[in-house]
Write a protein that binds this ligand. Structure first.
Ligand code: HMG
Ligand code: MG
Length: 298
């Protein structure tokens, strides 16, 4: 018997993970239009930008304008790797902050110029303060399965890092296959382990679709009891500091698969595609998700 939930929560990461890896700088107004049209499509949780160094990720340099001008609908996450980013986010009244750390030291060093241990030492007192102030903390766990530099990651190492965050009181773990390398057996196995060992935290799966295994991984993770998935409209995205990383699984393709299986998402695929149609002229990349192609052929 399949283990399927009636409902799944999609956390849209397009405006952040999706756009951070795009070639052209997209005007802020177009990013806001994109966010607002995704809200109109029924997205209730979204990563809207990241407070990272503009020298490292120029596309996210307009984070302040995004947060100040976005319609405050649903749960809006901003990413922040350190004290500077978190203080900026708090000064703009952000209520949900996503920190990010890699299980792999080499990746973490390339991504945020610190080892994993250094990142945890930086973040530990900050997360404790955030929790005292009632901020929702999401911890994004990169390279949970594979690292582009170190290879396979031991599930126990991923569990150990996740546990450290849970002990600090984070509300959610978003566990990522950063380079789209995990297979469904590995996804089932890791998420079953995390579900069993960390029952009191929201668990979200974040799959990149580099090898087109993301939908299969989502199906396997559903079997492990996961009912929260990150995805990116149009399948855009990837971490600029993870060699070979490509886009996230496309929101519209995930929604189609889930709804076809009788699992509710509350998201309107046609409206997601319409938001992509308006974004496409500002992108160098061609949007090529299955649902978007079908939408264009109508
Ligand atoms: P650094 O060079 O070691 O930092 O970078 P620093 O402390 O020496 O500061 C250098 C400059 O950056 C200074 O400015 C700081 O003020 C500034 P300057 O004096 O040179 O003018 N700075 C900042 N500016 C804005 N916001 C900040 C900030 N911090 C310092 N928060 C740093 C360290 C963390 C800043 C840098 O490495 C960085 O910005 N990295 C971001 C990398 C990134 O955004 N990666 C993508 C997101 S993670 C991801 O995609 C994975 C995920 O999707 C899950 C998955 O798929 O795996 C979440
Ligand atoms: Mg990602």
């Amino acid at each position: 018997m399949l283990n399927l939930p009636n409902q799944v929560t999609i956390i849209e990461v397009g405006p952040r993970d999706g756009l951070q890896n795009t070639q052209h700088i997209i005007p802020t107004i177009q990013k806001l239009n994109f966010i607002h049209s995704l809200q109109d499509a029924g997205i209730k949780e979204m990563e809207i930008t990241s407070f990272v160094s503009p020298k490292w990720v120029p596309q996210m340099a307009d984070h302040t304008d995004i947060v100040m001008n976005v319609n405050k609908i649903g749960k809006q996450y901003v990413l922040a790797p350190n004290e500077i980013g978190i203080q900026k986010a708090l000064s703009l009244n952000s209520k949900a902050i996503a920190v990010f750390v890699g299980v792999s030291n080499t990746f973490n060093k390339k991504n945020i110029n610190q080892t994993t241990l250094e990142s945890m030492n930086t973040l530990t007192p900050i997360i404790k303060d955030l929790k005292k102030e009632g901020v929702f903390v999401r911890a994004c766990i990169s390279t949970a399965f594979y690292c582009p530099y170190e290879g396979g990651i031991f599930p126990e190492d991923t569990l150990a890092l996740c546990r450290q965050f849970v002990d600090l009181g984070v509300d959610e773990l978003s566990v990522a296959d950063t380079i789209g390398m995990a297979n469904p057996v590995e996804s089932y196995s890791l998420f079953s382990l995390l579900k069993q060992e960390l029952p009191n935290v929201l668990l979200t799966a974040h799959f990149h679709d580099t090898r087109q295994m993301a939908l299969a991984n989502i199906f396997a993770s559903l079997q492990a009891g996961i009912n929260r998935f990150d995805s990116s409209a149009g399948g855009l995205g990837g971490c600029p500091f993870a060699k070979g990383a490509t886009g996230n699984v496309a929101t519209e393709d995930v929604v189609f698969m889930l709804e076809q299986m009788g699992i509710q998402t509350g998201i309107d695929i046609q409206k997601v595609c319409k938001s992509l149609k308006h974004l496409q002229p500002f992108l160098k990349e061609e949007i090529s998700s299955a649902q978007y192609k079908l939408y264009q052929q109508r």
